[in-house]
Design a protein around this ligand. Structure first.
Ligand code: KMH
Ligand code: ZN
Length: 288
């Protein structure tokens, strides 16, 4: 952990990211998971009102099946933009078993940001592969469309790979890196792992903490104390508000982390502050 970064832990508000839907979680896990673009947009608007400034999006068919439909992504992004000014970010991780082409369709919805994987991992008992040429392909299409990227780092090596992509000009600086801990089969949700991952970041990177399942609140609170630019909540990662109690909504998870952030001296960032912190244009659609 970089000493200066550590001492600057509370110098700016914290961006709350919500990941409302994901690809693997279903209504059997929590009946409040939004599926349709209408449901996603209404859910995201409630999360925005509760303090979220960025929405990380996946889309589903009406029955909850993970989808690669560009139309569904466009519908979700457009409806969110009609209801609030939250920063929209699409996933290019998609769902297990999707091809890289299927994973890339969200870019065509012209979101404000996109996620990008910089390496492969085991995801539970399955392989979640992203080869270098696939990262390069997504980065190239995002660059054509003027879409800023966030690296999804499930392993510390994914940060090292991102640095290499940046050195080769594939990923533009400053890097935005989402450190994901607690994904079964990848980097475990331990304090030491999170601190080690933060220590691997370049000085000019912004960074987010995502933690899977019961580790969410603890790891995000640690992230708040370490100076994370962003913390991410939502059903994609965790469906419980606390042990044994399902969250009634994504907004309840946002409200919970907003209260924790305030209690340790970190105000939730407004959308304008989030755009500034993440080096994004100040308005949706700018630059395209
Ligand atoms: N659904 C996972 C296979 C991302 O959004 O970039 C991949 C995922 C990560 O959710
Ligand atoms: Zn995702």
């Amino acid at each position: 952990m970089n000493r200066d970064r550590d001492l600057r832990w509370a110098e700016h508000p914290v961006v709350i990211v919500v990941a409302p839907t994901g690809a693997e979680v279903t209504r059997e896990h929590n009946p409040a998971v939004p599926y349709t673009p209408e449901e996603i947009a209404a859910d995201v608007a409630a999360c925005h009102a509760a303090g979220a400034a960025v929405a990380h999006l996946h889309v589903r068919e009406a029955d909850g099946t993970p989808s690669a439909s560009a139309e569904l992504f466009k519908s979700a992004v457009d409806q969110i933009r009609e209801s609030c000014d939250i920063v929209t970010m699409v996933s290019t991780g998609g769902a297990m078993g999707m091809t890289i082409e299927e994973r890339s369709t969200g870019l065509e919805a012209r979101p404000d940001m996109s996620g990008i994987e910089t390496g492969s991992l085991n995801f539970g008992r399955d392989l979640f592969p992203t080869l270098p040429h696939e990262t390069e392909g997504i980065a190239a299409r995002a660059a054509e469309l003027g879409i800023p990227l966030e690296i999804e780092a499930f392993e510390i090596g994914h940060i090292d790979a991102a640095l290499d992509f940046a050195r080769r000009g594939v990923l533009p600086a400053p890097l935005r890196i989402n450190i994901v801990v607690g994904c079964p089969g990848a980097l475990a949700a331990t304090s030491a792992n999170l601190i080690a991952a933060v220590g691997a970041l370049p000085d000019d990177a912004t960074w987010c903490v995502t933690a899977i399942g019961r580790h969410q609140t603890r790891m995000l609170t640690l992230g708040l104390l370490l100076g994370a630019t962003c913390v991410r909540v939502g059903f994609e990662d965790n469906v419980f508000l606390r042990k044994g109690q399902l969250a009634e909504s994504n907004a309840a998870l946002v409200a919970q982390i907003a209260a924790i952030a305030r209690s340790v001296g970190r105000e939730p960032a407004t959308v304008a502050q989030a755009r500034e912190l993440l080096s994004l244009p100040q308005a949706a659609g700018v630059g395209r």
